[in-house]
Design a protein around this ligand. Structure first.
Ligand code: S3P
Length: 442
């Protein structure tokens, strides 16, 4: 599908964004290994999290939807809330067929860690993009724990064959900050004998470290070091309400900032500090963003974000330490940089090359097409702000690239076309409807 977005648009209104993707994956997965019934309210209903729901059903969890029925285009009818009957830590069963993780790296990597300690064979597959994403980063440390995992393509890429069995605890220094790798090792650590110690070079999102101890896991996290004591006793079922996803809010946040006279109020956004590096960077660029009604929801900090687009943004040299705290927001930050005065530099972000697409290449090529001067580095981009012009943009099948350029289109003159725009369904199926509802051309 090709989306056509008229330029010279502004955004005005109040919106709620979809529920947090990372928390939703974890809620569905962890409830499935808990003992008893958990309640997950406001689960994200998008392609990625549906992959996790289907995987956990195949592994034996029972899920009962309740509340508002929601039709997810291409996937059928789901419900806003789920009651999940967990199998207990040792009750998952062999799935009987391959598990398709779709486009979801989180599903595949976290499941690899979880299944490494479960005594049956599983094969995990994925779509074309996931089949090119590096899996050695989870296989290597899990193998040190004694796991038997084979990446069937070039010994690095999916499908993955996992033959679950006994695991031993290890101490592991992670070469890159990655919440997916960290979470895979934590899940394996629940099944291992002894203390698994994981050291991260920089903090990354910490939802796993918050959720598992609340279920009774013996897990400590301090100074970028996580210790899990295994083998874990049964984990308690839980009730969780998933807040809105900051990564989805980021598109409309930047959309309001780069278009004159815009004003948006985004309700109920998760503001976990391991996710909100973008707020720090946008503030340094001169953005006026206010957070109101700060509160806690299911152990996560939440607030409402108010943003006004008035001043011209200034270029920024992004502090590399902030990169893991805004890893999924770098594409939309690149759009903010394209609209700022001066040359912005984003470095230390080579992880972007191995996301749902090569996001450095995808951003450089889209911004070039829109008339922006971009220098591409192995680990980032330098972007000189200027006038955006409408163009035909390749999304590379990557949801965050498609949404970033749909926002950029608002600041351009003319009609921008985004090829493969249906990929927004990975994390934000209603993205284009929300965009249409908020835009005005005044
Ligand atoms: C995620 C972690 C990040 C992020 C992804 C979701 C998670 O990946 O890019 O969208 O839920 O743990 P890495 O951990 O590989 O950086």
């Amino acid at each position: 599908m090709t989306a056509r977005i008229e330029g010279a648009g502004r955004l005005r209104g109040v919106l709620a964004v979809p529920s947090d993707k990372s928390i939703s994956h974890r809620a569905a997965m962890f409830a499935s290994i808990a003992k008893g019934k958990s309640t997950v309210r406001n689960l994200l209903l998008a392609a990625d999290t549906i992959s996790t729901l289907n995987a956990m059903k195949l592994l034996g969890a029972e899920m009962q939807g309740f509340g508002k029925p929601i039709n997810v285009p291409g996937f059928g009818q789901y419900y806003e809330n789920y009651e999940i009957s967990g199998c207990g830590l040792h009750g998952l069963k062999a799935p009987g067929k391959e598990i398709d993780c779709g486009n979801s790296g989180t599903t595949m990597r976290l499941l690899t860690g979880l299944l490494a300690g479960n005594p049956f064979r599983t094969v995990l597959t994925g779509d074309e993009s996931l089949s090119k994403r590096p899996m050695a980063r989870v296989i290597r440390p899990l193998s040190l724990m004694g796991a038997k995992i084979k990446a069937t393509v070039d010994e690095k890429y999916p499908p993955l064959e996992i033959e679950g069995g006994p695991l031993k605890a290890i101490e592991y220094d992670m070469p890159v900050a990655s919440a997916q790798v960290k979470s895979a090792l934590i899940l394996a650590g629940l099944y291992a004998n002894g203390k698994t110690v994981i050291k991260e070079p920089h903090p990354s999102r910490d939802h796993t470290e918050k959720m598992l101890p609340a279920m009774g896991a013996r897990l400590k996290s301090e100074n970028n070091q996580i210790t899990v004591e295994g083998p874990a006793a049964e984990l308690a079922a839980f009730d969780i309400t998933v807040p809105g996803d900051f990564s989805s809010a980021a598109f409309f946040l930047v959309g309001a900032l780069i278009t004159e006279n815009s004003e948006a109020h985004i309700n109920n956004v998760c503001l976990n500090p391991t996710r909100t590096g973008l707020l720090t960077v946008l503030a340094a660029m001169g953005a006026r963003i206010e957070v109101e009604s700060r509160r806690e929801v299911s152990g996560e900090p939440v607030g409402d974000i108010h943003v006004k687009g008035a001043r011209k943004l200034k270029a920024v040299d992004v502090d590399e330490n902030l990169v893991p705290l805004m890893i999924d927001e770098l594409p939309i930050l690149a759009i903010a940089c394209a609209c700022a005065e001066g040359r912005s530099v984003i470095r230390g972000a080579s992880e972007l090359r191995v996301k749902e697409s090569d996001r450095i290449k995808a951003m450089a090529s889209g911004l070039n097409a829109m008339g922006i001067e971009v220098e591409e580095f192995e680990d980032g981009l330098a972007i000189t702000g200027g006038e955006l012009k409408a163009a035909r943009i390749h999304s590379f099948g990557d949801h965050r690239i498609a949404m970033s350029f749909a926002i950029a289109a608002l600041a351009a003159r003319g009609v921008t076309e985004i090829e493969g725009s249906e990929c927004v369904s990975i994390s934000y199926p209603a993205f284009f409807d929300t965009l249409t509802g908020l835009r005005f051309n005044g």
